[in-house]
Design a protein around this ligand. Sequence first.
Ligand code: 5GP
Ligand code: MN
Length: 334
Amino acid sequence: MKIQDIQAIQLLLATPKKIVIIPHRGPDGDAMGSTLGLYHFLIKNNHQATVIAPNDFPNFLAWLPGSETVKIFEKETEICTQILEEAEIIFTLDFNAFHRTGEMEHTLAKLKATFIMIDHHQKPDDYAKYTYSDTSYGSTCEMVYNFITFLNKKEDIDKTIATCIYTGILTDSGSFRFPGTTGNTHRIIAELIDLGVENTQIPVLLFDNSSFSRLQLLGRALQNMKILEDHKTSYTTLTQEELDSFNYVKGDTEGIVNYGLSIKDIVFTAIFIENKDEGIIKISFRSQGGFDVNQFARDHFNGGGHSNAAGGRSEVSMEETVKKFEDLVTKLKL
Ligand code: 5GP
Ligand code: MN
């Protein structure tokens, strides 16, 4: 972050302010961990802070401290709009373009508040007065840790804030495996553990708290998997009917996409998940090595993300979407 920006933000936060903190739509561990970590920090510094998520977060994140205070724009649009209109400062975390907030986009575009972006995705829009954007980081949570440190407030990081930050670093780094994971990431993690973070309990809450029906849904996704051997690609699908038959709840498909990369020699994988309510197929892409799935998602599926993990959407049927994907893959040099 630029030193002038840090000084300006320090000045801005020197007196109590009305602040809203926003994660992206479909918030994941990093989006919720970063917004709640920053929320606890701002409350501790006497600000009036509210996290407003565009839509609900999955149940496996409901244990995060402060999650009960999070307002859901989709559910309480009127009150959320009022809080947004009254805000003096708005932090947008773990995304960098208003359209990532879905319906909330139109409200955000009209606001007069000072926007501060903290994010690690590529190609940030320029809506924020202060932009802390760096794609080299594995998580926004690691950047929130840096942000608090830049403000000279590291001593404010307590067990609660540390727990939120730890969660996002853990989930977005694929449990410390993905390329953005550095020695510095581990040094931060060590500090967070020293602050009392329950590092053996958090993975259990996140990953080992599954329902039997979720495991069966995973089984179906694995059975549906197809391999395009000549193109080092795998993909799988879940239709709305399949989701319904395994009593799908939000969060149940989280992480399934990664299994497609666990096959020897596969470097590109995707999962296509039908959402009949929204009339779309939601897609997650993952790659290993040099193939840039962010660009692929942007070019062909109205999406984006990072070079090894991205997402997108399709508004045609599952069959047509998969056909389009297969056709594109056969033209790739992987
Ligand atoms: P996931 O596949 O886990 O939902 O998302 C992987 C990464 O891609 C995340 O960093 C997420 O923010 C980003 N991403 C997922 N879906 C979309 C999308 O529709 N548009 C954009 N721009 N990014 C997405
Ligand atoms: Mn993230």
